[in-house]
Design a protein around this ligand. Structure first.
Ligand SMILES: NC(=O)c1ccc[n+]([C@@H]2O[C@H](COP(=O)([O-])OP(=O)(O)OC[C@H]3O[C@@H](n4cnc5c(N)ncnc54)[C@H](O)[C@@H]3O)[C@@H](O)[C@H]2O)c1
Length: 345
């Protein structure tokens, strides 16, 4: 049995708690929030103890693993505390707000030699898993072009920190990261990044169109927005044009991504010579798959290979580069780019 603690008791913590409940080899033994009362109230519903003090939680519960669900700008602080107690970490995306903070976080992870994984849940999402397998099997042939889209309404992106430029950074950091990460998974290292983006009244780039060139020659476009009008469902899509087939996957949830009862999806592939084929598969809980994979790694004491720290670092550097590109209008070469770290003290 893996003894798990949840750090941060807001919205995404609910998905990880629901995932843990579905796994027979995981037990949530404690919760932390800087608002200790919030942690205590949620812990009561789970039959464990809530804490407002991290050291107390880690010393009393001696967990095997932690899921970091605090806001993005606080990931570095809490991952470092877990590393200092030699606790394995599954950390929510984006790994941190700046590339520099990621560097510090990952060097603490390396020094403590703990099991660590960034929670890039799209890599576990059934439709995306199918796409990765098809591409790896060569079913699409050579990929010419990929287009990704991920948008949601103002009613969904409600947390205050999320829409503050230095804390959450808005859609360019919080939403785009899912697709940039999936592109890294699918195509390998990045070469250049360029973004057209507009800021809204929050000061964040909340409408962004990014162009990414991967070192394997694939061109990709990724679009993200936090500013759709009231009622617009949380939506994502991806299309791939290859020498042997064209594929389109479209998904709409309810107003929020968690409103899966209202989900609609389609997965279509046009193969050379045979035409349209519609595939269907169960939209199984990707958070359960993700936690299940991480817990297996903890049980076997093996470092995760499905998502590595090096890949996550490159993804955050690309997001920083796209932010810089939106500001400067330059196409940025990732290898030589040196991001500015406003978090460095
Ligand atoms: N995988 C996904 O699809 C997905 C979806 C939503 C959020 N997220 C990520 O999860 C993280 C949390 O997002 P959320 O939507 O749950 O946020 P939230 O604001 O709903 O919850 C954050 C929780 O952390 C607590 N908190 C705030 N500041 C803190 C601090 N400095 N120290 C300790 N606790 C603090 C708050 O009291 C709150 O309970 C973010 O990194 C976000 O990007 C991922």
């Amino acid at each position: 049995m893996v003894r798990l603690v949840i750090i941060g008791c807001g919205r995404i913590a609910q998905n990880h708690i629901a995932a843990a409940k579905q796994l027979s080899d995981v037990k949530i033994v404690g919760l932390f929030d800087h608002n200790g009362e919030k942690a205590a109230a949620l812990a009561e519903t789970l039959g464990c103890k809530g804490y407002g003090d991290m050291e107390e939680l880690l010393n009393e519960q001696k967990p095997d693993a932690a899921v970091i669900c605090v806001p993005t700008f606080a990931h570095e602080e809490y991952v470092k505390i877990c590393a200092s107690h030699h606790v394995a970490v599954l950390c929510e995306k984006p790994l941190e707000r700046t590339t520099g903070a990621c560097e510090r976080l990952l060097s603490a992870v390396k020094e403590a030699d703990i099991i660590f994984m960034t929670a890039q849940v799209v890599r576990f999402w059934p439709g995306y898993v199918e796409i990765k397998e098809m591409v790896d099997r060569g079913e699409l042939g050579d990929i010419y072009m990929i287009r990704c889209r991920r948008v949601t309404s103002r009613d969904d992106a409600v947390a205050k920190w999320l829409n503050m430029p230095k804390l959450g950074g808005g859609a360019i950091h919080d939403m785009l990261v899912h697709d940039v990460d999936f592109l890294r998974y699918l195509c390998g290292p990045f070469k250049t990044g360029f973004a057209n983006a507009t800021k809204d009244e929050t000061g964040c780039y909340n409408n962004v169109m990014a162009n990414i060139l991967c070192k394997n020659g694939v061109h990709a476009m990724a679009e993200a927005s936090f500013t759709m009008q009231t009622g617009y469902p949380f939506s994502f899509s991806i299309s791939l044009i290859g020498s042997k087939a064209t594929l389109e996957y479209n998904y709409h949830a309810g107003i929020r991504i968690a409103d899966t009862d209202e989900q609609e999806s389609s997965f279509r592939i046009w193969r050379e010579g045979t035409g349209l084929e519609e595939l269907s598969f169960a939209e199984e809980d990707a958070f359960k798959r993700q936690l299940g994979y991480f817990v297996e790694c903890v049980k076997k004491n093996e470092k995760p290979t499905l998502i590595t720290p090096e890949q996550t670092y490159e993804v955050i550097k690309m997001i920083d580069a796209l932010h810089e590109s939106a500001h400067s209008g330059q196409n940025i070469e990732l290898d030589t780019y040196q991001p500015f770290d406003f978090k460095k003290k």
